[in-house]
Design a protein around this ligand. Structure first.
Ligand SMILES: [Cu+2]
Length: 566
């Protein structure tokens, strides 16, 4: 095997050199020996990984519309994906092979996304636990059909799984900035990317099944009846089975939405109640602005991972860690970005994340009026674009603005309610007693032990704005998954009841590519307005913030409170 793939690689290099030499003679302008400058055609014909020939600082693109993208890069503008800016992922310790994940190259230019015909049947995504055996059998068959396609087919399960890897492990680079990975997590692209990803995955499945109305099941881990791995995924004979899952979390084990690495010892009832409180915090009290829910702005030329929204940190990250096998080096498959898409439960998991985005928009509008802003209006968000292969294996360019309305995408969610809508978590009496003996803290601080900081509240502005605690300059070690908790007015945080209100926010990362010495730099935001009301601290001049390390090395650059209007 190794010999023949080596021979194939040599042949490709020969063809590449011949074509490049010929092209250099004919058109010297286009052909610097830089992979990024090579035309789409040469790369597609040779099948070479564009990173094979490294690109030392030459950022010029020789053809097509990506020129615009590279011009804008570095000076703001939307994030634009280009197949030629994909190469090897950043290094990660002990990845499960194959650790390369670029989408296949094609000779044709991507087509722009168009909405499906409004006359198309509306796909109804239903919860896996009650979708019925017929529906689940369809998903099973769809995965089997995708797994049966050749690996070179962009619609194959292999390639579909790799899409997540390409956008999340440093394989894609920002056009014009080979030093900057294009990472859709911990940014405002998190929800739109995954919506588009599932949209095409679902349509590929429908086409292979010959069933135009096919809809993905979703794993409703936020609803008591759905809080366990659906049975169909636990049958070793099924294509939906994956051996790389935590063996302690097979059904009927109730999922823990705050899971990191340690089993809780709650009864099922306690765990379910706690999960509902988590959901209420992340969907309602902590997510009253688009940026708090969707994540922080990410423009061309920006460093990766400016800051995640509430639901991405938890329960999205925590459920990835809950499902993956903790005995694997990076909690493969589900517990790390590059391999998460290899588990067929990834898609129902993310369908639930997508459903929560849709639910959040409805909740915001129902509570605060139809005019409430639920989307960013910044064109850099709306025009950011991503590439996917569709059900006909055509490369499609999708903009964020295309992904905002599930009705226009011709699907909907049904089958479960929102049982956490009014599950306001309880406060804990007598946890704030040591308030007057605070030492001052010099930032940045390594979070080796719990740290309490008194943070002064600035004068509130006249107009109604959300008061937000910003945890800035977070540096988390890439080589581990990292968690810390943020408590407000709870110096004796260990006395706070599980899921209690004083636990204002939880920061969670998965392991990142980039190596032992690398850190991810990001920030976190915690909404304060309703929290301080609940704690009876609405009129205080300052608050006591306690940062509690749970796992991994992390440094904190500082804490401040700001008022935000969006
Ligand atoms: Cu995910």
């Amino acid at each position: 095997m190794a010999g023949s793939s080596c021979a194939l690689q040599s042949l490709r290099i020969l063809v590449f050199c011949a074509l490049a030499a010929a092209a250099t003679t004919i058109a010297p302008r286009a052909m610097s020996p830089c992979a990024y400058s090579m035309s789409r055609t040469i790369l597609a014909v040779t099948g070479l990984d564009p990173y094979f020939i490294t690109c030392a600082g030459d950022a010029s693109l020789s053809d097509d519309g990506a020129d615009d993208a590279s011009k804008k890069a570095g000076s703001g503008g939307p994030i634009v994906t280009d197949l030629r800016w994909c190469g090897k992922p950043d290094p990660l310790k002990h990845p499960a092979p194959p650790f390369q994940c670029c989408q296949p190259m094609t000779t044709s230019e991507p087509v722009n996304f168009t909405f499906p015909d409004p006359a198309e049947p509306l796909r109804t995504r239903r919860p896996a636990h009650e979708a019925g055996s017929e529906h689940m059998a369809k998903y099973r068959r769809a995965v089997a059909l995708m797994k049966a396609l050749p690996r070179s087919d962009p619609r194959s399960f292999y390639q579909q799984a790799n899409v997540h890897c390409a956008y999340c492990s440093g394989a894609y680079r920002q056009a014009g900035h080979p030093e900057l990975p294009l990472q859709i997590h911990f940014t405002w692209l998190f929800f739109p990317f995954h919506r588009a990803y599932l949209y095409f995955f679902e349509r590929i499945a429908a086409k292979l099944l010959g069933d135009p109305g096919f809809a993905l099941p979703f794993w409703s881990w936020d609803v008591p009846e759905g809080m366990r791995i659906p049975d169909e995924f636990a049958d070793p004979a099924s294509p939906l089975y994956n051996a790389r899952r935590n063996p302690r979390h097979l059904p009927p084990k109730v999922n823990d939405l705050e899971f990191l690495d340690a089993e809780s010892n709650y009864t099922d009832e306690q765990q379910i109640q706690r999960n509902l409180w988590v959901m209420h915090k992340q969907m309602i009290t902590n997510a009253r602005l688009p940026s708090l829910f969707l994540g922080q702005p990410y423009h061309a030329g920006d460093s990766a991972m400016p800051g995640a929204g509430t639901v991405e940190l938890c329960p999205h990250n925590t459920m990835h860690l809950w499902a993956g096998d903790i005995s694997n080096p990076n909690v493969e498959d589900m517990g790390v970005y590059y391999s998460a898409g290899r588990d067929p439960i990834f898609y129902p998991h993310h369908a639930n994340i997508d459903r929560l985005w849709d639910a959040w928009r409805h909740i915001m509008r129902t509570t605060n009026g139809n005019q409430t802003k639920v989307d960013f209006t910044d064109p850099d968000w709306l025009d950011s674009s991503l590439l996917f292969y569709d059900e006909d294996a055509r490369l499609v360019r999708v903009a964020v603005r295309d992904m905002l309305d599930v009705g226009k995408l011709r699907y909907t969610y049904d089958g479960v309610g929102l049982p956490w809508l009014n599950a306001r978590p309880p406060t804990s009496p007598g946890v704030n007693s040591k308030r007057n003996h605070l030492k001052s803290v010099a930032f940045p601080v390594s979070l080796d032990v719990a740290v309490t900081v008194e943070v002064t509240r600035p004068q509130p502005p006249r107009s109604r704005q959300e008061e937000v605690l910003v945890v800035e300059g977070i540096e988390a070690n890439n080589a581990d998954y990292v968690k810390f908790d943020v408590y407000v007015n709870a110096m004796e945080y260990h006395k706070v009841r599980p899921g209690g209100r004083e636990l204002a926010g939880t920061f969670v990362t998965l392991k990142q590519p980039g190596g032992e010495r690398d850190t991810m730099k990001t920030s976190m935001r915690v909404a304060l307005s309703e929290l301080l009301e609940d704690l009876g601290a609405g009129r205080d001049n300052n608050i006591a913030v306690t940062l509690v390390p749970v796992r991994g090395k992390v440094r904190i650059g500082g804490l401040r409170i700001e008022y935000v209007a969006e």
